[in-house]
Design a protein around this ligand. Structure first.
Ligand SMILES: Cc1cc2nc3c(=O)[nH]c(=O)nc-3n(C[C@H](O)[C@H](O)[C@H](O)COP(=O)(O)O)c2cc1C
Length: 501
């Protein structure tokens, strides 16, 4: 039904993704966020809800003609159901912006932007297409703004640099209407108004300055609370896309079988758990003799072999899962290990894939220049300090997680990366090797040299491993500014027991 265009001000309507079903004195409202059922809906309230379903309406018009009880019911509903409603801003006789609340919390308060005040898009705001509409969003804003009118789109496109309402006004919108629209965008947190010194909050605030655009967006979307897309283990692609196998099909190439340690032998040789935990250090120098293939086999066996597998038939979602020594969300085990070998007794230099089910290596690249490129970046990550025997690159088969988890898949793979790092640290420490996690690696280079599709499987972590150098490695010295707190003697004693000093 075509509804008359409201006069300038604020209007409200059901969101496009909300559905209202009217049954006698009951109204059932469904949206991606869930179902709300309203009971004992009188005829006046029922008409108001139908009006919301028909299109934008002035809230004052909506409330007029209702009994006191119905008006209170409606107000309560408007307050309680922000996820069902879109608030439109009408200026110059047209709906320009439509705001949808993306998280609970108070509705924003629009401000007034005076004609000479300079405004600019927040450093955190961005435009994108969402469900067929151009939307303006920001991790700082609790609303998504649909730019429903071309004039609003023009206005926002001008806000990459500071502008005033006077400069932005034109034939399509006068200066007061521009000030009103901008006031909503400022109030909602998508546009910054200049402060008295001419600065913009997203750039001058000391806390915000230390957030990068992508980090804050990622943070705002990886945990529930600030955004309204469904999040969690909801199987968004089940029934449409088959899940990836739990065990990656190994690439074709020369294989090398790896040593499989005996449990009793490892138990007899290992230091106590607390000695490994407390004595663990990042070691960036290496022994004269390199790591051996046997040690590499034991290390990979203890860190990352597949030790159990449950086929798709054993899972109600049809997803096969495996188990390895370290934990992962949903037993996804999407992390794969690739080894760039510089020196390892018994193994050729090259870039190898670790086949975690067969416990063997598969050669993926024997080009010396590619090995050197990978090892150079790793050494650079340690400030040029470390030339490890082996660089272990952790890749993620992303779709293994995103098939099941909406919104949290990438965050989860980074968590898994940390889990693998610590497992590697502890096993390497127990084995008397030199471990060091790295924070930097080139994902694009890695995809190329590992022969991977960047969108399907890319590096998310890097770890240097090597033989441990002889002698003591030093400890925390007070002259270097270290204070020993809270049982530092545990670490010192464990270090001594491991021969680290
Ligand atoms: C996620 C992560 C990233 C790291 N990145 C680097 C790195 O890029 N270069 C480096 O030399 N050490 C790196 N390290 C090692 C840390 O510098 C080290 O753990 C820290 O200084 C504490 O010393 P410790 O490991 O000897 O206890 C990293 C460690 C972790 C867990």
């Amino acid at each position: 039904m075509q509804t008359p265009t409201p006069t300038d001000g604020t209007v409200v309507r059901f969101r496009d993704d909300a559905r209202a079903e009217f049954q006698a004195d009951r109204v059932v409202l469904t949206s991606p966020a869930g179902v709300v059922a309203m009971r004992q809906v009188g005829s006046g309230l029922g008409a108001a809800l139908r009006r919301l379903a028909d299109g934008p309406v002035d809230p004052a018009v909506l409330l007029s003609g209702l009994t006191g009880r119905e008006a209170a019911q409606l107000r309560g509903f408007l307050d309680r159901a922000p996820h069902l409603l879109a608030w439109g801003v009408v200026a110059g006789g047209h709906e320009m912006l439509r705001l949808e609340r993306t998280s609970p919390g108070t509705q924003y308060a629009p401000v007034t932007v005076a004609p000479a005040v300079r405004v600019r898009l927040s450093r955190f705001a961005f435009c994108r297409t969402r469900e067929g509409a151009l939307v303006l969003e920001s991790p700082l804003a609790r609303h998504r703004v649909l730019l429903v009118h071309p004039v609003a789109r023009r206005l926002v496109a001008e806000l990459g640099t500071p502008r005033t309402p006077t400069e932005l006004a034109g034939d399509d919108l006068d200066v007061a209407a521009v000030g009103t629209l901008l006031g909503h965008l400022v109030g909602a947190g998508l546009v910054d108004a200049a402060d008295s010194a001419g600065g913009f909050e997203s750039e001058v605030d000391l806390t915000l300055r230390q957030w990068s655009f992508h980090d804050l967006l990622f943070h705002s979307r990886t945990r529930p609370g600030r955004y309204d897309d469904p999040i969690g283990g909801i199987y968004p692609h089940r029934g449409e896309i088959p899940p990836l196998p739990a065990v990656k099909e190994p690439p074709a190439g020369r294989t090398v079988e790896l040593y499989r340690p005996e449990l009793d032998e490892v138990l007899a040789r290992d230091p106590a758990f607390t000695v490994a935990l407390e004595g663990r250090r990042s070691i960036r120098s290496y022994g004269e003799e390199p790591l051996t293939l046997r040690q590499l086999g034991e290390f990979l066996y203890r860190v990352g072999r597949v030790r159990v597998l449950r086929g798709a038939e054993g899972d109600p979602t049809g997803n096969e899962i495996v188990g390895r020594p370290y934990p992962t969300g949903g037993s996804a085990y999407e992390i794969e290990l690739y080894l760039t070998v510089r020196r390892c007794a018994g193994l050729d230099a090259g870039i190898w894939f670790y086949d975690s089910a067969a416990h063997r290596l598969v050669l993926v690249n024997d080009e010396p220049a590619d090995q050197a490129a990978m090892l150079d970046i790793a050494a650079g990550a340690t400030g040029g300090e470390a030339d490890g025997d082996v660089l272990i690159t952790l890749t993620s088969r992303f779709q293994r997680l995103s098939w099941k988890y909406a919104g949290i898949a990438y965050g989860m793979t980074l968590r898994h990366c940390g889990v693998v790092y610590q497992t590697m640290y502890l096993v390497a420490t127990a084995m008397g090797l030199a471990p060091c996690g790295l924070g930097i690696g080139d994902a694009d280079l890695t995809a190329r040299v590992l022969r991977l599709d960047w969108l399907r499987e890319t590096s998310v972590g890097d770890f240097l491993l090597g033989s441990r150098p002889a002698g003591e490695l030093g400890t925390w010295r007070t002259e270097d500014g270290w204070q020993l707190l809270n049982g530092a003697d545990w670490a010192l004693r464990a270090g001594e027991e491991l021969g680290l000093g």
